[in-house]
Design a protein around this ligand. Structure first.
Ligand SMILES: Nc1ncnc2c1ncn2[C@@H]1O[C@H](COP(=O)(O)OP(=O)(O)OP(=O)(O)O)[C@@H](O)[C@H]1O
Ligand SMILES: [Mg+2]
Length: 466
């Protein structure tokens, strides 16, 4: 697997090789430059000896002074020694044939010099030939030095170019590493950050990033996606258990609600059994109709309850809110009367239809309304208002109570799961956290305002298109 760790190791090895390579190349250049400088000094000496030889040659033939001749002999043997010692280097700078030509010229010069010595003792001397051969030697030494200078200049150029080439390579490497880091680490990490922030707000969307390479980040994203799917599934279960908890809270109300029609039915049936024969047809018909009404009332209550506890999930539709509010009101009717809470509903007319998950939004409303009822143990007024919100262009729902209110320092925590101020067994602390998630999944938001001792108002803002 091409893990980020492996890639970092490769990059470090490449960087290290770059540095070692650059150091070696530099060292090699400096070393060879040093050798070349030493050699050029020797070649300079060689040339200097030839020039001295030529100077004494000129002086000797001008003055005929024997001292000058002695100097010529001295510098010729010096030149011959250097020529032999630097054979390899000279052949390397020029070539073997040029070296051999110079060797021949040296021999000829030597020979003519010997003849000249003999001429001083009465022999012949070939001055012109000596000068011509001397000129060959001078030209050879100059050529040597010129070529050596060219080579030194080339090494210096390489010494300048190599660091530039290495720097360019290094810049490419850095650009590649930055690109790789951005594509394979930073981009997916920022997606992960956004997804994690969304998850903290209750939106459990998996990251849709296409994982091209298998590395630590892609594994992290895969693990995150798996976690999000599982939490999302867990959310459904949580929602369902919340529903059951809410039903538990208003069961007494529902029992009471069902009890009434059942009592009425048994009373009507009793009177039919006892007085059925004596009653007029019209009176009997009225009792039958009453029976029917009571049975329908019971059916309606059970239907509401069943609808509320339904488990179908994520079903968004464009509906008007009035119907849902009416049903919610009916569910809580008896709870309200038991707790002596007056319930006012105000729905603005001609509200735009909103795209909502009916069952979930009802759950959110029930949670807020139950909290409101529970905040008014000695009775009070619970108000639900629904109106268009000109600011957001959506819909605003306010659930307001005249209860005890929420302490300032608790306001930040009330949406946290399991935060409750209620006695054990009375509250799980999940109501508001579930409500928050439901509103988030509608792309809406919820806020709260509360005054201690006066009451609390929860506001839900829903966009028209969720
Ligand atoms: N309308 C309100 N008035 C005063 N306090 C409130 C109101 N709504 C919520 N709270 C405070 O917020 C806390 C958390 O509410 P939440 O609905 O999440 O849990 P709960 O009501 O305690 O328990 P559960 O809803 O699970 O029965 C409550 O315990 C209460 O202290
Ligand atoms: Mg609650």
């Amino acid at each position: 697997m091409q893990t980020i760790r492996n890639r970092l190791i490769i990059i470090l090895v490449v960087c290290f090789s770059f540095i070692v390579g650059l150091t070696c190349v530099d060292y090699y250049h400096i070393f060879s430059l040093q050798k070349k400088l030493v050699l050029i000094e020797q070649l300079d000496d060689f040339k200097g000896d030839i020039l001295e030889l030529r100077r004494y040659e000129k002086n000797y033939f001008l003055t005929g002074n024997a001292i000058h001749f002695g100097q010529m002999d001295f510098y010729l043997s010096k030149t011959e020694n250097s020529f032999l010692n630097l054979e390899k280097e000279m052949k390397d700078i020029l070539n073997t044939s040029e070296y051999n030509q110079c060797a021949v010229a040296l021999k000829v010069y030597h020979k003519i010099l010997k003849h000249t010595e003999e001429a001083m003792d009465g022999g012949d001397s070939d001055v012109e030939n000596l000068r011509a051969t001397g000129a060959v030697l001078t030209a050879f030494s100059e050529k040597l030095i010129n070529k050596k200078h060219i080579r030194i200049a080339r090494v210096l150029r390489q010494m300048l170019i190599m660091p530039l080439a290495f720097s360019a390579g290094f810049i490419f490497l850095v650009i590649f590493v930055m690109h790789m880091t951005r594509e394979d680490v930073l981009k997916p990490l920022s997606l992960l950050q956004i997804a994690a922030e969304n998850a903290s707000k209750g939106v459990f969307d998996p990251i849709g990033h296409v994982i091209r390479k298998k590395n630590e980040v892609s594994q992290c994203i895969a693990a995150f996606n798996k976690m999000v799917v599982e939490i999302d599934a867990g959310q459904e279960q949580l929602l369902q258990s919340r529903k059951l908890a809410s039903i538990g809270t208003f069961t007494s109300g529902i029992a009471h609600e069902l009890n009434n029609p059942i009592n009425n039915i048994s009373l009507i049936v009793d009177s039919l059994i006892e007085d059925g024969d004596t009653l007029l047809l019209a009176e009997r018909m009225k009792l039958y109709n009453d029976l029917m009404d009571q049975a329908e009332r019971s059916t309606e209550i059970v239907k509401n309850l069943l609808e509320f506890s339904r488990t179908d999930q994520g079903h968004f539709e464009n509906i008007s809110l009035e119907e849902m509010i009416e049903k919610t009101q009916r569910l809580l009717k008896n709870e309200l009367s038991i707790k002596r809470v007056k319930f006012h509903v105000g729905v603005q007319e001609n509200l735009p239809k909103v795209r909502i998950d009916k069952s979930r939004l009802q759950q959110a409303l029930v949670n807020l309304l139950l909290n409101g009822i529970q905040a008014m143990p000695d009775g009070g007024i619970l108000t639900l208002t629904i109106e268009a919100d000109p600011e957001s262009g959506g819909i605003r729902m306010d659930v307001r109570d005249t209860g005890m209110g929420i302490q300032k320092e608790q306001l930040d925590s009330i949406f946290d799961p399991f935060f409750t101020t209620k006695k054990e067994g009375e509250g799980t602390g999940l109501g508001l956290s579930v409500t928050y998630n439901i509103i988030q999944s509608h792309n809406g938001r919820i806020s709260v305002k509360s005054t201690l001792g006066k009451g609390t108002c929860f506001s839900i803002f829903l966009p028209v298109k969720a």
